[in-house]
Design a binder for this molecule. Structure first.
Ligand SMILES: [Zn+2]
Length: 435
């Protein structure tokens, strides 16, 4: 077998003519250079549309594309990169069979890097692939744009969607995401939030596709409601269950902090009265531990009872005995959470029961929450009626949030959105050479 056929077989590139193979000294020791060209019949093509185009000029001469390493040796494909003139796309560097337009890496190299980025931190990817970390973002965007080209039928058959905003950059900036509840996949994401941002999504849909949407869930934000009313007037609006559970969990935490402060102050006042040292006969022991128990109860209180460890269950039990008000707040949160597991028929009565309990519970934060729940009464019932599983909606939401955290090093928001889309939407990015 000749060296050139061996190289072609190893690279698995169809339209390539190998002219020469040589070693050259590089920054990481010797590197392998494959001098190549595009076959004559594939020459002079536009890199965007693939149509035949006229030669424009020699461009910036020869160019190198980094490919996957051969063993531990860096591998480059080197070829002329003349420019062509396409009637539709203007003057561009000629199409090559081994790399995307504007890339300095081959398809295999980019797909491998993008796949790795979906599963590991950017610093690991950069080290493993021997590239600068700031090239990872644009690379991910290129791969995403290539494999997820917009198609007319991509929004066909949408029936139930969820709209939410998610924060990034330590909560200083927001992106709007649209999820398909039937598949549990991310549909669309864009920078910012508000009516004008969300409208961009609805503009992508045809009249018929918009009419097909029967059900929209959101967090109760006014701009979402307004936008949906305008673009999908017939769609029923409901609330994502995890938002309601989150409201309750946050309110419970507020009560816990309130109680903790009170206990701590009371303990302080009590301890100041007594002298230092071992308590005398008949005197109460210092109450340091009491405040500590409430402070450490944050996780046990926010967890679902079925997931509690033995120690955490004991903490809850202790709260039930020592702090009835905090325990009542805990029961209020639990009852609201369990509401979403009810069938529709019992749910209305249960919800009304919860509201009347919360109204007279004498815990100000829960009285406030009760008012909010009243405002969203119909939306909550609609959620239960349609049997939207909270676990599933929360799972996709958490996956989006986790991906945003993974892309922390991405400076450009478009690159971050590409990463989120690659990981959470229905695209299937495969490692090269795998079935
Ligand atoms: Zn073109």
């Amino acid at each position: 077998m000749s060296v050139s056929s061996l190289i072609k077989k190893l690279l698995k590139i169809k339209d390539i003519v190998v002219r020469d193979v040589l070693f050259e000294g590089g920054s990481d020791g010797e590197q392998l250079i494959i001098k190549a060209k595009v076959p004559v019949k594939m020459e002079r093509r536009c890199p965007v549309c693939g149509r035949k185009a006229k030669r424009y000029d020699a461009g910036r001469g020869r160019r190198r594309w980094r490919s996957l390493d051969m063993g531990t040796t860096k591998l480059f494909i080197e070829a002329d990169a003349p420019r062509v003139y396409c009637k539709k796309h203007g003057v561009l560097t000629e199409w090559v069979s081994w790399a995307r337009h504007d890339a300095r890496f081959t398809y295999d190299f980019e797909n491998t890097t993008a796949w790795l980025t979906l599963h590991s931190p950017i610093s690991v990817v950069a080290e493993c692939m021997r590239i600068a970390w700031n090239t990872v973002g644009p690379l991910v965007k290129r791969v995403h744009d290539d494999i997820k080209k917009p198609q007319a039928d991509q929004y066909d058959g949408l029936a139930c969607i969820g709209i939410d905003e998610t924060s990034y950059k330590k909560g200083h900036k927001y992106m709007t995401v649209v999820v398909n509840h039937d598949t549990g996949k991310l549909l669309w994401a864009a920078k910012g939030y508000g009516k004008t941002v969300l409208e961009e999504f609805f503009k992508l849909l045809s009249e018929e596709q918009r009419r097909g949407i029967k059900h929209v869930t959101a967090d109760g934000a006014r701009w979402i409601a307004e936008c949906v009313a305008e673009w999908c007037p017939h769609a029923e609006r409901s609330i994502d269950p995890f938002h309601v559970v989150q409201w309750a969990t946050d309110t419970l935490d507020e009560v816990r902090r309130m109680v903790w402060r009170e206990v701590r102050e009371a303990t302080k006042a009590g301890n100041e009265k007594r002298k230092r040292g071992r308590p005398r006969k008949g005197e109460e022991a210092p109450q340091k531990k009491k405040a500590g128990a409430v402070k450490g109860a944050r996780y046990p209180l926010s967890k679902n009872p079925e997931n509690l460890t033995n120690g955490q269950a004991a903490t809850i039990e202790m709260i039930a005995k020592s702090n009835p008000r905090l325990y009542r707040a805990y029961l209020l949160k639990e009852k609201l959470r369990l509401l979403f597991q009810h069938s529709f028929y019992g749910a209305k009565g249960e919800l009304e029961g919860w509201i009347s309990w919360a109204r007279r519970c004498r815990i100000p934060p829960f009285v406030e929450l009760q008012k909010k729940i009243c405002r969203h009464f119909d939306a909550i019932l609609s959620t239960i009626k349609h049997g939207l599983s909270n676990a599933r909606i929360e799972a996709i939401n958490n996956k989006i949030k986790l991906t945003v955290r993974m892309g922390y090093g991405f400076r450009n928001i478009d690159n971050l959105i590409a990463l989120v889309m690659l990981r959470c939407s229905d695209v299937n990015l495969m490692l090269p050479g795998r079935a």
